[in-house]
Design a protein around this ligand. Structure first.
Ligand SMILES: [Zn+2]
Length: 111
């Protein structure tokens, strides 16, 4: 990984972490239990429950991604082999690292 790539990746990871930090409290708000005496009516209540399970899935995904980005951000400076495939030693393309900061394989070795 070149210095430029490292810098670019770090900037990306920081931005992603910042937006996840804003997103997570918003999602937490959405997954709060609906009060049974809520005056919104039975059908809207069903809707709310369905939407909540979607938000719950989004929330857990967001949390996992944030942990992985933080981990990658730590490793990018400490680990000389960060960004190299652990099987073939080839550099993992940056867009792949951005999409999956936890990956340790290039596309070919991952298949
Ligand atoms: Zn590989």
């Amino acid at each position: 990984m070149t210095d430029m790539e490292r810098k670019d990746f770090k900037e990306y990871a920081r931005q992603e972490i910042a937006s996840l930090k804003a997103e997570i409290p918003r999602l937490k708000e959405l997954v709060k239990p609906v009060a049974p005496d809520n005056a919104i009516g039975r059908i809207s209540r069903m809707d709310t429950i369905v939407n909540q399970s979607v938000s719950e899935a989004q929330l857990s995904k967001a949390k996992v991604r944030m942990v992985r980005l933080e981990e990658a951000l730590r490793r990018v400076d400490e680990d000389e082999d960060f960004g190299l495939c652990i099987d073939c030693g080839e550099p993992i393309p940056i867009p792949r690292l951005k999409a999956m900061p936890e990956t340790q394989h290039c596309v070919e070795c991952a298949e």
